[in-house]
Design a binder for this molecule. Structure first.
Ligand code: IPD
Length: 291
């Protein structure tokens, strides 16, 4: 196709910076926060305002492409092979609401349902993660200028107990899926003498897109979550793949997730990743029923 991915990438970087200014200067009031499904799934006026701006700018510049965004999504909408922008105006809304400086704008672009451009910008730390299919992924920040990902040498995988793992509580906190999550967290952390894997530690910082970028950087070995939507993962997905990492389904045995499949295990690059994924599945207690 004659789609110019570099030009799309540059345009997305530009609008991510503009949206970042809005995020930095907004002062979200908890009282004006709405909730979608429950008290853990937040949406603010700022999320909606930024998505409207993104939508307008993208439609104006690329009128033929489709648009999928967190705030305009309707249940039943599905990803198609057509060129599609998949955007999350604020990934890490809970952090944003609490002024915890770990949130980002996540802008992805898919062709044939595959993420091919990803831009993730944390305006609080001025960190810009970018990736273009076939061209590598990069971190641009005041400290890193423009550095190719991963940021560290990827040692071969050895044992799950040497891994730093990200899990998220997510918004689903009841029933079967909650039990699977909590039992899995427990098994990952517990001492080996109690039947656990005793991973080095667990992090839960509250932004799926930035989590993917941490795995891409090689700072984190694995990220496991059920419940993300396409806009939480699309941009981070291509950034991770271009850094040599892999994405598989969060359920044991599932190697091919869909970008809108809602269950993900992301693993950094490095020899032995298939083995570490199998070892991880040994800790997944049951199956997530999130479709
Ligand atoms: C959320 C964040 C969070 C993850 C949730 C997402 P939002 O996105 O990525 O880390 O645990 O599954 O919904 O709602 O802040 O855009």
């Amino acid at each position: 196709s004659n789609i110019n991915l570099q030009e799309i990438h540059d345009f997305l970087c530009d609008i991510a910076h503009k949206a970042g200014e809005i995020i930095i200067t907004a002062r979200p009031a908890t009282s004006r926060t709405g909730s979608k499904a429950n008290s853990a799934e937040l949406v603010t006026e700022t999320d909606k305002a930024i998505e409207n701006i993104l939508n307008e700018k993208l439609r104006e510049r690329y009128p033929d492409f489709k648009f999928m965004g967190e705030e305009t999504y309707q249940p039943g909408d599905t990803l198609t092979p057509a060129p599609t922008f998949i955007v999350d105006p604020i990934d890490g809304t809970t952090n944003f609401v609490h002024a915890y400086p770990y949130a980002c704008i996540s802008l992805g672009f898919t062709v044939d349902m595959e993420p091919v451009v990803g831009v993730v910008f944390n305006p609080f730390t001025d960190q810009l993660f970018t990736g273009i299919k076939g061209q590598g992924s990069y971190l641009t920040s005041p400290f890193h200028k423009r550095e190719k990902l991963p940021l560290r040498d990827l040692e071969p995988f050895d044992d799950l107990s040497k891994c730093l793992v990200i899990t998220e509580w997510g918004t689903e906190r009841s029933g079967h899926n909650y039990d699977v999550k909590v039992n899995t967290f427990r098994k990952l952390c517990a001492d080996k003498k109690d039947g656990g894997a005793m991973v080095q530690s667990i992090r839960s910082l509250g932004s799926g897109a930035l989590n993917f970028c941490s795995v891409a950087a090689g700072s984190v070995d694995l990220y496991w979550e059920g419940g993300n939507y396409a806009w939480d993962v699309c941009a981070g997905w291509v950034i991770l793949k271009e850094a040599g990492g892999e994405v598989v389904d969060a359920n044991p045995g599932g190697w091919q997730p869909k970008v809108d499949g809602r269950r993900y295990l992301a693993v950094r690059g490095g020899d032995g990743w298939e083995m570490i994924v199998k070892e991880f599945w040994g800790c997944v207690e049951g199956e997530l029923q999130i479709g």
